[in-house]
Design a protein around this ligand. Structure first.
Ligand code: NAD
Length: 252
């Protein structure tokens, strides 16, 4: 079983805490102390009130399930302090200079950064985009307007453009697009729709290239405790961690 330090004790963190047979959470850190304490009460993890106490903990890997800002603030130090890192707030890596710096830091420290599949399925084979041309890569996301904090009485398009531009208008909706781009090694076109008749976060991926074409649709069940977070995202971290220690890797 893998021992981790958990950075961010919100919805995803709470789902991770429900899988004690797969993950041992050694230490927890959250800017909201009560959230860390809830997870500590359920798992026996040590509550750290300062990042400095957290990072010296007895674990080899940090799972970040906090925010883009937390990745920007702590990722480099996590690596230089000798820990591997799982990044869920992958939107942080849309900053190319930061991405490159993080990659160099990880290489120099001999540490690894893992990006889970998060709220989608299909990152595995999209990596063919790094060796062959993918002519079209589109992410179409459809959400209930309430989950974006807007009102709409019918289905409508609220954004179309590059992932880079989407960050400015809808910063919380960028993780999936950035994960797709990193996997495929090219920019993604992003469409964001709101539809009052849907109660799930729907991600459709369209890709086309020499290999043929794909259309994947993922209709995410919201996390039991927070409809804004896809349950699949938390489950994807658990499977990533389980598979780190297995001798046979499937679909990587
Ligand atoms: N890659 C994906 O597909 C995917 C899917 C779902 C969520 N996410 C991302 O994962 C992250 C966690 O999601 P969630 O639903 O659990 O969010 P959440 O808001 O429920 O929980 C985040 C927790 O992190 C804490 N936090 C935020 N910034 C912090 C910092 N700088 N230092 C310490 N603690 C900090 C918050 O206090 C909160 O308790 C979010 O950034 C979210 O956008 C990514």
């Amino acid at each position: 079983m893998i021992r981790i330090g958990l950075l961010g004790c919100g919805n995803v963190g709470h789902v991770l805490a429900k899988y004690p047979a797969d993950i041992e959470i050694a230490a927890v850190y959250d800017i909201i102390r009560e959230r860390a304490e809830e997870i500590a009460a359920a798992t026996g993890a040590k509550v750290c009130t300062q990042f400095e106490d957290f990072i010296i903990g007895d674990f080899d890997l940090v799972v970040e399930a906090a925010s883009v800002n937390a990745v920007k603030e702590y990722a480099e130090e996590i690596l230089t302090r000798g820990k591997d890192l799982v990044i869920l707030s992958v939107g942080a890596l849309s900053d190319h200079a930061f991405y490159t710096r993080l990659e160099e830091t990880a290489r120099a420290a001999g540490k690894r950064i893992y990006i889970p599949s998060g709220a989608i399925i299909g990152l595995d084979n999209l990596k063919i985009g790094q060796i062959t041309d993918i002519k079209r890569l589109t992410l179409r996301t459809t959400k209930n307007p309430a989950s974006l904090g807007i009102t709409a009485d019918r289905k409508r398009l609220v954004f179309r453009g590059t992932a880079h531009d989407c960050i400015r208008e809808f910063p919380k909706n960028i993780n999936v697009a950035v994960a797709l781009e990193l996997a495929a090694g090219r920019e993604a076109d992003v469409e964001l729709w709101v539809d009052p008749s849907v109660d799930r976060n729907i991600h459709e991926i369209f890709a086309e290239g020499a290999f043929g074409d794909i259309h994947i649709m993922v209709r995410n069940t919201p996390s039991p405790e927070n409809p804004a977070t896809s349950y699949l995202a938390a489950l994807s971290i658990i499977t990533l961690l389980r598979n780190l220690e297995r001798p046979i890797s499937v679909g990587t």
